[in-house]
Write a protein that binds this ligand. Structure first.
Ligand SMILES: CC(C)(COP(=O)(O)OP(=O)(O)OC[C@H]1O[C@@H](n2cnc3c(N)ncnc32)[C@H](O)[C@@H]1OP(=O)(O)O)[C@@H](O)C(=O)NCCC(=O)NCCS
Length: 135
């Protein structure tokens, strides 16, 4: 089941899980007034999450992660679909050049490469990608 968490008090309805500690969500939401979490919970365990920022005219993916045992069965696809539906605006993100699973995921959703940040991640290039809002 997908939970959308925008406020600190909503964190209480989530299970305790080392994969995504409640303390981390709390810190992110306290420090980022534009921040939102989409969290997929199955059998009282967090199996995947998407942390994004909805910043005026655009949105940005800060992180998307699926538990190793739950990968390759559409969990990230489900989260990203939901985010696109909720924000309804252009979405940007940055991804390491060698992160092929993530790049393929973003391309599947029509994200295009916009710029390259040389050596951004301790020597590995960062690719800035953008998806234009569906019209
Ligand atoms: C990237 C990640 C979120 C994908 O999650 P997932 O639930 O396995 O993805 P899905 O099953 O929804 O797959 C969606 C698409 O991603 C791509 N993809 C996923 N895993 C892949 C792999 N191992 N190799 C190549 N492409 C892959 C495919 O294009 C796939 O589409 P398809 O099934 O139609 O071929 C997951 O691998 C992950 O948590 N990685 C670690 C965290 C991370 O790197 N996050 C991105 C930070 S920018």
């Amino acid at each position: 089941m997908l939970h959308k968490i925008d406020k600190i008090e909503e964190i209480n309805k989530l299970p305790n899980d080392k994969f995504l500690p409640k303390e981390n969500i709390k810190t992110d939401l306290e420090n980022n007034p534009f921040g939102h979490y989409l969290i997929d919970v199955e059998n009282d365990k967090i199996i995947a999450y998407l942390y994004y920022s909805d910043i005026y005219e655009r949105a940005e993916i800060n992180q998307i992660e699926v538990k190793v045992f739950n990968r390759n069965c559409g969990k990230a696809t489900k989260l990203l679909k939901k985010m696109i539906e909720l924000v309804d605006k252009n979405i940007t993100l940055e991804v390491k050049k060698d992160n092929i699973p993530a790049i393929n995921l973003y391309k599947k959703f029509n994200f295009k490469e916009k710029a390259m940040r040389k050596g951004y991640y301790q020597g590995i290039d960062g690719i800035l990608m953008e998806r234009e809002q569906d019209r």
